[in-house]
Design a binder for this molecule. Structure first.
Ligand SMILES: NC(=O)c1ccc[n+]([C@@H]2O[C@H](COP(=O)([O-])OP(=O)(O)OC[C@H]3O[C@@H](n4cnc5c(N)ncnc54)[C@H](OP(=O)(O)O)[C@@H]3O)[C@@H](O)[C@H]2O)c1
Length: 298
């Protein structure tokens, strides 16, 4: 940074132990970005303990908070609705209050599951929302609170997130592919996979490009990788790229019941994101190919 330049913004990343949070850490360690990050995981900054987060904010004085923390156990949420709401609804709402009081721009993540509206063309940010699971309702509650309480905020709705970290579909398929010769995968749910690194990278690019003043970009945006597929097609591509010989059988959702209902069509339209930030988004097949070596040689 030249001495005449403005200092890079202090950016507080919450949920730094999760898939997305760890990708922010990875990118920080493997690139030079115009930010001063501080990372806090669940233990260090608990959304259920706002006092803990307030004192970190007083200490670090961030200009931006990235909230990558969430209750993400979609099926378990059906039997833990109160806890899911405390973390996904109330937590972000209190965080937004602090951000509004302290003039901190808040970047928050939500989910494709909030749409679940019966449309079968790529979903736009202003399409109706009709969440149909506990998880989806709690996420909608959180994003709405964020937008109302701290209008200087950005909500990024994403879908089908995977990475080398944590639990996700790609890791599950690789494990099953090594254990079994045949697996059954749902073929009547359509969506867009998202490599968490692409999403974290896009957020960092936005901070880089706009010098930390994100106020003109407040609003809701969709972000996933480009393209669409069913879980079955996604699984076949994972095995093909990984060189695993597995027979994959396409099944309907009715043959794989889960406690939480999933949207049958959840492909995100990214026109707003791409036009606003002038960023390109990689195709899901290219990102899967880029990510797989990290998973296979971990
Ligand atoms: N994963 C997906 O497919 C997907 C799809 C659409 C949208 N999203 C959204 O994308 C964002 C990032 O998801 P992700 O895949 O990175 O999730 P993740 O891997 O489950 O990470 C979430 C992190 O939040 C932490 N956490 C849980 N409760 C917390 C609390 N009370 N206070 C602070 N931290 C807490 C978790 O810590 P512990 O593990 O210690 O509990 C975990 O490290 C979330 O907003 C999620 O809703 C995810």
């Amino acid at each position: 940074m030249a001495s005449t330049d403005k200092p890079y913004p202090v950016v507080m990343v919450l949920g730094s132990g999760g898939q997305l949070g760890q990708e922010f850490k990875y990118l920080h360690a493997h690139g030079s970005w115009r930010w001063q990050p501080c990372f806090f995981d669940h233990r260090q900054a608990d959304l259920e303990h706002p006092g803990q987060i307030s004192s970190l904010i007083r200490e670090y004085k961030p200009a931006i908070i990235i909230n990558a923390a969430a209750y993400t156990a979609v099926d378990r949420a059906e039997s833990e609705p109160d806890q899911a709401m405390r973390i996904n609804g109330l937590g972000p709402s209190r965080l937004a209050e602090v951000c509004a009081n302290e003039d901190i721009f808040l970047i928050h993540f939500s989910t494709d599951y909030v749409y679940h509206n019966g449309l079968t063309r790529p979903l736009r940010e202003d399409d109706p929302v009709h969440p149909q699971s506990v998880y989806a309702r709690t996420k909608l509650s959180g994003e709405q609170a964020v937008r109302v309480i701290q209008p200087e905020s950005m909500v990024l709705r994403t879908s089908w997130v995977y990475s080398r970290y944590g639990q996700n579909f790609v890791k599950t398929m690789l494990r099953l592919g090594r254990e079994k010769s045949e697996i059954r995968v749902v073929d009547d749910q359509m969506g867009s996979p998202t490599w968490a690194r692409d999403l974290a990278g896009a957020v960092l690019r936005i901070i880089n490009d706009h010098g930390g003043d994100l106020r003109p970009f407040a609003g809701v945006y969709n972000y996933s990788n480009e393209g669409e597929c069913s879980w079955y097609v996604f699984a076949k591509e994972i095995f093909r790229e990984a060189g695993l010989t597995v027979r994959v059988l396409a099944i309907p959702t009715t043959d794989y019941p889960t406690p939480a209902i999933r949207p049958p069509y959840s492909v995100l339209d990214k026109t707003k994101f791409k036009a606003t930030f002038r960023l390109t988004i990689p195709a899901w097949q290219d990102s899967l190919k880029a990510c797989l070596p990290e998973l296979l040689h971990a």
